[in-house]
Design a protein around this ligand. Structure first.
Ligand code: SME
Length: 153
């Protein structure tokens, strides 16, 4: 399977999970579980939820992580501030990167909006390999973010 086909399969599985879901935290947890299971180069994946102008750790898969992240700081905070995807090939080259786990070497963060285009969260994928993510991952995770818009309605 190509990477793009893997994302198509992951989206299908997420669709099925969401159709049997109905609770925000449980549904977001299942989204992270599907992605972690299908993409072995992702060693940590999770949501940081926008709450009172800061990011708070939500459902995730992987090692323990920072609970609060400031808007505008680190990769997640910059993604939330700029409301656009950020792909970092080498986290050591990203000024202000927040190292929750020293094994993180590359990272992809996607903004998640609700059906009214309000920012609700960011989806953070981390790898212990350098340069693990590419445009296909970015498109794939943006499609995931699109699929979950309705969870906040
Ligand atoms: N590296 C992120 C922080 C979150 S953790 O890696 C799980 C950042 O710079 O925002």
């Amino acid at each position: 399977m190509t990477k793009s086909e893997k994302y198509t399969a992951a989206l299908r599985e997420i669709d099925i999970r969401l159709s049997k879901g109905g609770d925000l935290y449980a549904d977001l947890g299942n989204v992270t579980a599907v992605l972690k299971k299908r993409f072995p180069y992702i060693f940590w994946i999770g949501f940081y939820l926008l709450q009172e102008n800061r990011l708070v750790l939500g459902p995730f898969q992987g090692t323990p992580a920072c609970v609060f992240l400031e808007m505008g700081k680190g990769v997640c905070g910059t993604c939330a501030n700029e409301q656009k995807a950020i792909l970092v090939s080498d986290v050591h080259e990203f000024d202000g990167h927040v190292a929750c786990d020293p094994n993180s070497k590359s990272e992809l963060v996607i903004p998640c909006f609700d059906s009214d285009d309000r920012l609700r969260a960011v989806l953070d994928a981390d790898s212990d390999q350098l340069n693990a993510f590419d445009g296909t991952d970015q498109t794939g995770l943006m499609n995931v973010a699109d699929k979950i818009r309705g969870l906040w309605s």
